[in-house]
Write a protein that binds this ligand. Structure first.
Ligand code: ZN
Ligand code: ZN
Length: 279
């Protein structure tokens, strides 16, 4: 135990798949020099009351995100889904593995996400097939990642990981589903285009201290929550506070802050990279 009275969350990245600024874009948000408009790909880091260090997603920006926050130790990783912006930094977990006594890091995800991970990173997840006596591992080594399956057969799944009380649920997102969760007062819904009725009922009943929810842009979108949808869900769930995440360059921090203030009588705000919150 480290004696933390509250759980701690750090926003490692608050942006959508492109990040902001977008390469080559000259829009107002992309040219903004406000630090909160500089968004790396969406990811969070939890430091819990029980002294567990948990990373959620391994974005293409992972190396810089870990360096920036001075994160050198991770107990386990949760992967929300297989899209590039959530897993393509997975190789950077190498250095975290090297520091561990058993050099092994557990990666929790849904069974159907594992198929994608194995296909995309056979050198990590099918080491025995990929390397052999005649083709040994050379050079800087590879991360030793142990896939752990989250049993998500129900709509709402209570699953303890290392004494941490998680409730996991899948939400529809594009052609896939995203692993979202509730943990001791925090609800994290990074990527989805709707919240199913059962999950909505569950979250409304929990009244999270902090809800972090996808909010891509004002305009309609096939695979993400828009400002309108996101705000409607926040009104329904009525958490103590809500942070908006996974924004694209059509929404500046200033504009989304203003929209949130106009629509809520409790704290609702866009989160920003490096932000620390407790729950
Ligand atoms: Zn732009
Ligand atoms: Zn996605």
């Amino acid at each position: 135990m480290n004696g933390l009275k509250q759980n701690n969350i750090t926003i490692l990245g608050s942006g959508t798949s492109t990040g902001t600024p977008i390469i080559g874009c000259h829009c107002k948000t992309c040219l903004s020099d406000h630090p909160y408009d500089q968004r790396l790909r969406a990811s969070i880091f939890l430091k819990t009351k029980h002294n567990h260090h948990i990373l959620v997603d391994a974005t293409p920006d992972l190396r810089f995100q870990l360096l920036r926050q001075k994160i050198f130790h991770i107990d386990f990783v949760i992967i929300s889904h297989e899209h590039a912006d959530h897993i393509h930094g997975i190789d950077d977990l190498r250095q975290i593995c090297f520091k561990k006594t058993d050099h092994e890091l557990e990666i929790y995800c849904a069974q159907f996400h594992q198929t994608h991970l194995v296909e995309r990173f056979p050198y990590i997840f099918q080491r025995d097939k990929f390397f052999s006596k005649n083709r040994p591992i050379l050079g800087g080594g590879i991360p030793i990642l142990k896939l752990k399956t989250l049993d998500l057969k129900d709509e709402i799944n209570q699953i303890e990981i290392a004494n941490e009380p998680f409730t996991f649920f899948l939400l529809p997102h594009n052609y896939t589903k995203t692993v979202c969760f509730y943990h001791d007062g925090l609800a994290y819904l990074p990527d989805c285009h709707e919240i199913t009725d059962q999950v909505l009922d569950f979250l409304t009943l929990q009244k999270p201290r902090l809800l972090i929810i996808n909010c891509l842009q004002k305009e309609d979108h096939q695979t993400h929550l828009t400002v309108e949808k996101s705000f409607a869900y926040i009104h329904k769930i009525r958490p103590e506070s809500a942070g908006l995440i996974h924004m694209n360059h059509n929404l500046s921090h200033a504009e989304l802050t203003r929209l949130a203030k106009e629509n809520f009588d409790f704290p609702v705000f866009p989160v920003y990279d490096t932000q620390n919150l407790t729950y």
